[in-house]
Design a protein. Structure first.
Length: 263
């Protein structure tokens, strides 16, 4: 079979798996429903599930080189915001040939209890990071209005709006035909844009004195306002789950299904 044809077949298989898992979670009302999926493109197979509140699971088939059942297991991990560097729930593995409802049961029973507490912390961190980025975007707009030609390095026309560092040319390094700026330099914003580090080059001495005078105690700085602290992000509610388990093996007939409640 051609490589591309095999990859398409694997993609289609995991696309169907992701759709079926999303349907199970939505049918069960897991966190209110709204689950979607996205299949990956690789030769082994991968699919991710997403919830509007920020939850998500990644299912990937690794270790295909291993023999027997070890090479047929899916590694299932919780998905976190990209900014999160804290603790993560340990991944679980499930036989890829199990029924979709059984895979969903394993996710709810074995992954969710450890995943949800760490995800709450990660989403709170993401909320703060988003607030800080919005503050940097607003401050960068003010800086661009104050200093002609200010930009991020390598992107003079379309700088990253949430960047932390900007550059401009001036003084003896002023580009020909550009508005005159008394000095060149760069400005580095703190993460929340409440402070900045300035580096100025080729500053006329009289201008340097005026800048230093602004730093003296008692100087009045216009346009400095205090921002309210960011509001808290929506918390992920604690939810109870009832997962039907199966008793397998000979002699199990007549044994009632077990119920396990997860909080």
């Amino acid at each position: 079979m051609h490589h591309d044809d095999k990859m398409q077949r694997v993609h289609d298989h995991y696309d169907a798996l992701g759709r079926a898992l999303a349907d199970v979670f939505n049918h069960r009302g897991l966190h209110g429903g709204g689950w979607t999926h996205q299949a990956g493109w690789n030769i082994y197979g991968a699919v991710s599930l997403f919830h509007p509140d920020g939850l998500g699971f990644s299912l990937c088939r690794w270790n295909t080189h291993r023999k027997g059942t070890a090479g047929r297991r899916l590694t299932i991990s919780g998905i976190y915001p990209g900014c999160w560097g804290g603790p993560r729930a340990a991944a679980i593995t499930v036989d890829k040939d199990r029924r979709v409802t059984e895979i969903a049961n394993e996710i709810e029973r074995r992954l969710l209890p450890d995943y949800l507490p760490t995800l709450r912390e990660a989403l709170a961190q993401k909320h703060i990071a988003d607030e800080h980025r919005r503050a940097r975007v607003a401050m960068n707009r003010r800086l661009e209005a104050a200093v002609p030609g200010l930009s991020s390095a390598g992107a003079p026309r379309h700088p990253e709006p949430g960047r932390t560092r900007s550059y401009w040319y001036g003084g003896q390094y002023s580009p020909e035909g550009s508005p005159a700026v008394l000095a060149s330099g760069n400005v580095t914003l703190s993460g929340d844009a409440t402070h900045a580090t300035l580096k100025l080059n080729d500053v006329p001495a009289e201008v340097a004195l005026k800048i230093l005078a602004l730093l003296a105690p008692g100087s009045v700085l216009e346009g400095i306002v205090h921002r309210a602290l960011p509001s808290q992000p929506k918390a992920i509610p604690a939810v109870s789950y009832v997962v039907l388990g199966e008793v397998l093996g000979e002699g199990a007939a007549g044994v009632a299904p077990q119920q396990v409640e997860l909080r």
